[in-house]
Design a protein around this ligand. Structure first.
Ligand code: AMP
Ligand code: ZN
Length: 486
């Protein structure tokens, strides 16, 4: 079965084919580390994680790069405004490096909480300064960039395809620009290097052929993708002819313009090759009263929700279960519904896990489970149609629950294996061993022993102890099952 993905570049669903057989090279725009990443940002990373997991499920090896932006992202989108890290550094009275480290650590912790897989690389923009300078030099040599009042700009008139990703064109962009920048030939030109910014006391700066300064935001992703996903920076020297088009580039919908449009213009002008075959963008997560945004300070983080007692599973499920191109309106009731869905899956899986009896193999159920696996894949193949895929999972749960009496240990194990396989895509913590701490396990074992000895008093005491520790234990004919109370 062929995976189809909606390509923002061609504005249609296309059959996905990797450039190199079985290997997908994918770049995801990562966090700007001047503040906590919020659950809206995590929607973008969960989407990238789901995409990677699904490509792996389809048999590809995925080389995934997700950057850390620690310089150059301005508070305004059109080269105006202060660098976000510099601003945070002044506000918090810490160096930009301290700010970046602190929020990177917080981001990584939340990523781990959500069971997001580690990419092949997490490059930091500040560690790619020489590469950015080389890219800008090549753009200047090839006539795509010009120096003006000590800054360097990309001349979008020289790249007639500018706008092909976002649908913007030079005329509209020039017309709609309110603040006029006298340094620019076209108002829509964008900065490659600031050696003469109006923010004179910029703390992060580097020497360059154009003077001491710092890069424009878009340069970083062009060079980090080229260096880590192709040979274009072999021996640390930019050789544009060695650039290889990457398979997939992702980001949130707000990244499409100007960020991705500008990345694309830079890379394609410098190398003469397409930057990426597929550009994928996730829709935003909103609050009922508007967008969740770091710059407006209206944010909820993963850690906040965990402290309030929501499970990492519920947060992951919430971010995962709406199709990535549909807006997601977030509130706590969505988290609660997610928890219920996960509990339903877990409860059935736990029953299967505790199945000890040998019974005749139920062919009918086996073929239903196989059909479910195919349906799951068919849905996911359709531009990651997660609602369809999850719908199939719940159909299967219903079917299993209906036929529980007929399922023996061997078949239980087979069904569990199928779920484990699907769950490589979903990345939820569905097994007891994945989520339940050792201490709780030991108590469960003690309780099992007590019950086998018909020591009901000890069994009840342990049940109370488990409850006090946040776990509810239920007894059924297959034994005991446990659930975290959250
Ligand atoms: P930033 O840290 O602002 O550079 O953004 C990191 C990633 O999160 C980018 O891919 C953004 O497009 C994405 N993003 C930002 N806000 C949201 C949101 N409310 N919902 C979904 N994705 C978002
Ligand atoms: Zn980027």
């Amino acid at each position: 079965m062929v995976l189809k993905l909606y390509n923002s570049l061609t504005k249609k669903k296309e059959d996905f084919k990797s450039i190199q057989p079985n290997l997908v090279r994918m770049y995801n725009c990562g966090p700007t580390v001047y503040s906590y990443a919020h659950i809206g940002n995590f929607r973008a990373y969960i989407f990238a994680d789901l995409l990677r997991r699904y490509l792996e499920f389809k048999g590809y090896q995925v080389k995934q790069v997700m950057n850390i932006t620690d310089v150059g992202h301005l508070t305004g989108d059109s080269d105006e405004g202060e660098d976000k890290l510099e601003k945070a550094s002044k506000l918090e009275k810490k160096s930009p490096q301290e700010i970046a480290q602190f929020y990177t650590d917080a981001f990584l912790k939340d990523s781990q909480t959500l069971n997001i897989q580690e990419p092949f690389a997490r490059p930091k923009a500040t560690e790619y300064m020489q590469e950015m300078i080389q890219l800008i030099q090549v753009l200047q040599e090839k006539g795509y960039a010009y120096e003006s009042n000590n800054n360097v700009y990309f001349n979008i008139e020289k790249f007639p395809e500018y706008g092909k990703l976002s649908g913007n064109n030079l005329e509209n962009l020039n017309k709609n620009r309110v603040e006029k920048d006298p340094n620019k030939r076209n108002q829509a030109d964008f900065v490659l290097w600031f050696a003469n910014s109006k923010y004179k006391n910029h703390l992060q700066k580097w020497d360059s052929p154009w003077g001491i300064g710092y890069p424009g935001w878009h340069a970083e992703c062009s060079v980090m993708a080229a260096k880590l996903l192709s040979d274009a920076f072999k021996n640390n020297k930019f050789k544009p002819e060695l650039f290889e088009t990457i398979d997939i580039h992702t980001g949130g919908i707000d990244n499409k313009f100007p960020h991705h449009e500008c990345e694309l213009a830079q890379t394609e002008s410098a190398t003469g090759k397409p930057f990426a075959n597929f550009w994928l963008h996730n829709a935003h997560l909103h609050l009922k009263d508007g967008k969740m945004s770091k710059s407006e300070g209206k944010i909820i983080t993963v850690s906040d929700l965990i402290k309030e007692g929501y499970s990492s599973n519920a947060i992951r499920y919430t971010l995962l279960s709406t199709h990535y191109r549909q807006s997601l309106v977030f509130d706590k009731t969505v988290l609660e519904a997610s928890q219920k869905s996960i509990d339903r899956i877990k409860e059935t899986l736990q029953k299967l896990e505790s199945m000890r009896e040998q019974k005749e193999y139920n062919e009918n159920l086996a073929s239903k489970i196989n059909a479910m696996l195919l349906e799951f894949e068919k849905s996911m193949d359709d531009d990651l149609n997660i609602s369809g895929a999850l719908g199939t999972v719940f159909e299967a749960i219903k079917e299993i629950n209906k036929t529980l009496d007929l399922i023996g240990q061997e078949q239980s194990q087979e069904i569990l294996n199928s779920f484990n396989n699907l769950n490589k895509v979903l990345g939820l913590s569905l097994n007891q061993s994945q989520e339940i701490p050792q201490e709780i396990y030991l108590l469960l074992e003690k309780r099992k022993e007590a019950r086998e000895n018909k020591d009901w008093k000890t069994s009840d005491l342990i049940r109370d102890e488990l409850k006090a520790k946040g776990y509810e234990v239920k007894d059924n004919k297959e034994g005991q099952t446990i659930q975290s109370i959250s």
